[in-house]
Design a protein around this ligand. Structure first.
Ligand code: FE2
Ligand code: FE2
Length: 300
């Protein structure tokens, strides 16, 4: 497949809606709750999803929130931003990806779960005050922006699969045979479609005019060692979160365990195995909520 075929396919994927982009900007500008609320409530289906997710056990709210403004006040801006992004990503990441043997909702669960772990790891590493925390503090982006980038990159890391799925589906038998021979999954994708899913993901980010950091980190989420500076930091957390979620058996399809760890990148920024195990342990109980969310059959 040529780049032009891939770009044609990417056109059929809808990016995060303008409402979400506007809400993100308002959050960054610390706009008043009322403005944020009026922007988001223009999209009733998104609002319903936000409320459902906000009330899931993961956020541990002391009481149920029934309205958007309550959710904003009780969750706080940083958390609301995460809920908003997970809810908005359902539209694209919630699709079935037959070429990867993923049923409707499975890739979204994998993605949100990876984002949960990524955020958990990010916050833990900050607290531990090691190499990672030093790098975060010396970054020009600032802690809140970096946290946002880690979360969003983790949420969209496999978006390339959505773009490649149909092409993979056409050659599923060949894919299975190659995997059975022990070939690396990323190479199989490339042989079969012309692109690996990280490469395809970078193409999607470019087509959607996302900042370069997403193109770089999503493009290297299986080998973050290739990157430097903030991009390395973000991609290393995303890689660790992705692999940890695969290890937890969450939302894996035909690719299952056919990946290798990029341990060098984890070492370079100071992400240890015990942190990852702790994070998996802490986030694992919330997978059920995500499964329930999908089972509700909300419109994508
Ligand atoms: Fe991946
Ligand atoms: Fe993944």
């Amino acid at each position: 497949m040529q780049l032009s075929d891939l770009l044609e396919k990417v056109k059929s994927l809808s990016p995060l809606p303008p409402v979400v982009m506007k809400a993100l900007r308002l959050i960054r500008e610390e706009a008043p709750v009322s403005r944020l609320q009026s922007v988001i409530s223009n999209d009733p289906s998104l609002t319903a999803k936000i409320l459902r997710l906000a009330n899931s056990a993961y956020y541990g709210l002391p009481r149920r929130v029934e309205t958007l403004s309550e959710a904003i006040v009780v969750l706080g801006m940083d958390t609301l931003r995460n809920v908003l992004l997970a809810a908005a990503a359902y539209h694209t990441m919630g699709r079935a990806a037959q070429g990867y043997m993923l049923k409707e909702g499975e890739l979204w669960i994998h993605s949100v779960f990876a984002a949960y772990i990524a955020d958990n790891v990010f916050l833990k590493l900050l607290k531990r005050k090691g190499e990672f925390a030093e790098r975060v503090k010396s970054s020009h982006a600032g802690i809140s922006r970096l946290e946002e980038m880690v979360y969003l990159a983790a949420l969209l890391h496999d978006i390339g699969k959505v773009a490649l799925s149909d092409f993979m589906e056409d050659s599923l038998q060949t894919v299975k045979e190659k995997l059975a021979l022990g070939e690396n999954f990323l190479e199989v994708e490339k042989e079969v479609t012309g692109f690996s899913h990280p490469e395809a993901g970078a193409v999607v980010m470019e087509a959607w005019n996302f900042p370069d950091v997403y193109k770089e980190t999503i493009g290297a989420h299986h080998n973050p060692s290739l990157l430097k500076n903030d991009a390395l930091l973000i991609a290393a957390v995303v890689h660790a979160a992705d692999m940890t979620s695969v290890k937890g058996g969450v939302g894996t399809g035909i690719d299952g365990m056919y990946y290798e760890w990029d341990f060098g990148s984890l070492e370079e920024v100071g992400i240890s195995q015990d942190i990852l195990e702790e994070s998996l342990f802490e986030t694992m109980p919330f997978i059920e909520d995500l499964e329930e969310f999908v089972a509700m059959g909300l419109e994508r």
